[in-house]
Design a protein around this ligand. Sequence first.
Ligand SMILES: Nc1ncnc2c1ncn2[C@@H]1O[C@H](COP(=O)(O)OP(=O)(O)OP(=O)(O)O)[C@@H](O)[C@H]1O
Ligand SMILES: C[C@@](O)(CCOP(=O)(O)O)CC(=O)O
Length: 459
Amino acid sequence: MSNAPLTPTAVSCPAKVLVAGGYLVLDRDHTGLVFGLNARIHTVVEPIKTRAGVSISEIVVTSPQFREAIWEYGYRLQGQDGGMTVTQLSVGHEQSISQSRNPFIETALTYALTYIYILQPNHLIKPSSIRILADQAYYSNPGTKRDQASRFADFNVRLKDAHKTGLGSSAALVTSFTAAVLSFYLSKDLFDLKSEKGLTVLHNLAQASHSHAQGKVGSGFDIASAVFGSCLYKRFSPSLLSALSQPSTPGFASELRSLIEGSTWDTVIEKAAIKMPKGLRLVMCDVDCGSETPGMVKKVLAWRSSSPEEAERIWKSLQEGNEALAAELTRLATEEEGDSAAKYDKLRQIISNNRNLIREMGEKSGVPIEPPQQTRLLDYCSKLDGVVGGVVPGAGGFDAIVLLVEDNERTVDALGTSLGQYKDEEAAGGRVGIIGVREEMVGVKEEDLNLYKEWEESS
Ligand SMILES: Nc1ncnc2c1ncn2[C@@H]1O[C@H](COP(=O)(O)OP(=O)(O)OP(=O)(O)O)[C@@H](O)[C@H]1O
Ligand SMILES: C[C@@](O)(CCOP(=O)(O)O)CC(=O)O
């Protein structure tokens, strides 16, 4: 048993935008083109500070930018190879348990502690304190800064009242949380975030726990970009996770380890296939409306099953269009090209063809993937100076668009002004704003603890 003090550890992961491959990426015959974004969720793990009444096996998780965001967990070893069982202890004062549970944190903790235990069965897992800190762009609530230099805002609301912008908060949270907890408790020879193996273990473990907490509905592209940054993504076989026993049931711990470390995991991640040409960047616009992704996915997939031939034609053409988009971006990023006016013509053409197919997919399935108000908005933006084109990202719907624009202040400022003046009489939502993010190639990253000074435990 080791008594060495554990060193405070901080890790962050990026947000995501699925620029191409929505719906297609749900099966392994197709790929998704996902860009990481430079908004991050950070997790800081430290030895617990002595507090009256803290029991020996307790991990306290807080998300101090939000009100009442504290989750206290006890953990104990389950017999028959069931792994670590995590139980929520006292709950967020004056609230009912169901209101203040955080399934993403609870599941990520269960999977991470189980993996830690199985690698170091003779080590005591010491109590710890975990803080989560998120960049502003994940939420549209205006935050207040504790001081000028502060990176993280105080959102002054409960997490359940926060308005998400759809950048993949749960995936960045689960991945940075898992990475920070593993790095904190495991020695470098057992888990090293800087090694290929460490990244693969992190990816597989975060996919498993995120999928469990989310109800196994997503393709996992958001976890892939949280770990690896921008990439071309082919999902894992869903059967890998459906075969895994439930946490705390006999055999779970060993099954989890062989799944996470073994060769059956079949995700394909191509980082080299995604590049942003010098001179271009992404801009995300928030449309201040909501869409319900799981319902849209169900309906699109139901239509695909009922009209297989027609769907196959669209899926095949769109896959080709998405591959063409990735290839053209890579070509522009790697080949010398002059500054001719026609430089981005091919890119424009590819985006326009893909949008036609996305609209067809939406019309045929009866799902508003690129609904008319988004078509009008995208067409309006695409005609502005310096804008190459744009699409509805991910599942589409009413909540966001992503634009490919020339990377200079003039273009982005003019875009902001034009969007400020944009009025669509028929659209319910109204205001369109630029989210303060751009593409990010780097995935998971260790961070310096000085970043969190004003968010010390007592604050
Ligand atoms: N800062 C945070 N602190 C703690 N938990 C968080 C935080 N941000 C998000 N979460 C957890 O993630 C959940 C939101 O995840 P969800 O998958 O619904 O949204 P998302 O990943 O941001 O959206 P999308 O998949 O549309 O991009 C919250 O209910 C909460 O459990
Ligand atoms: C529809 C889908 O392909 C993309 C959903 O993306 P987003 O959550 O709208 O960013 C679902 C998935 O891949 O998990």
